[in-house]
Design a protein around this ligand. Structure first.
Ligand code: GRF
Length: 194
């Protein structure tokens, strides 16, 4: 079996990244994590990835005159790693159309809501304010519209009495760490296509 080469894009702590790295350590997992790219040099996930012997890079968008130049440089880094697939894992930048087109069908994201509900930020606060009984997370293909691409997997959790955005986020994060590796497995093995 030839394993697909995967890069992960992060901006922060990288707990989903860690879940993907852990899953990819299984010998029968169809993908290997070959690089982690952050738009923040201080992202704690970078050190975690480096600790696993994975190539890392950080690129600050503010250092580039335009978003296109920033994203072209990201593409160069990803191509230097000979990447087949890109996983966004808490990457807090909206990507431009050229970059998204470049990786169309080969780039996935995890979002902390049951899409199409609650696109964008502060999903847990908004779900609690609406009094919903269920919330969750979605792994989806990345398309030009924010959080709009086709879903690959979702997980649901109940909203419990007394939940805060933090307690709800914690309950959902457990599910994120379960479905993201499973969705990447499905993509890398050819079980799912855009
Ligand atoms: C997760 O909640 C993910 O759903 C969202 O950003 C957060 C990233 O957390 N896209 P982590 O960096 O993976 O811990």
């Amino acid at each position: 079996m030839s394993r697909k080469r995967v890069a992960i894009l992060i901006s922060g702590r990288g707990s989903n990244m860690s879940a993907l790295i852990a899953a990819a350590q299984a010998p029968d997992y169809p993908a290997e994590i070959v690089g982690v790219l952050s738009n923040r040099a201080a992202a704690p996930g970078l050190a975690i990835a480096a600790g696993h012997g994975i190539a890392t890079a950080s690129l600050a968008q503010s250092k580039f005159p335009t978003r296109d130049m920033f994203e072209d440089t990201m593409t160069q880094v990803l191509e230097s790693w000979e990447v087949d697939y890109v996983c966004l894992a808490g990457f807090m930048r909206i990507l431009g159309e050229d970059f998204v087109d470049r990786w169309q069908g080969r780039m996935i994201n995890i979002h902390p809501s049951l899409l199409p509900a609650y696109k964008g930020l502060h999903t847990h606060e908004r779900a609690l304010a609406d009094g919903v009984s269920e919330h969750g997370c979605t792994v989806h293909f990345v398309t030009p519209g924010l959080d709009e691409g086709p879903s690959i997997l979702q997980a649901r959790v109940p909203v419990l009495p007394g939940d805060t955005p933090e307690s709800l986020a914690d309950r959902i994060l457990v599910e994120e760490h379960r479905i993201y590796p499973e969705a990447l497995r499905m993509l890398a093995s050819g079980e799912v296509r855009a």
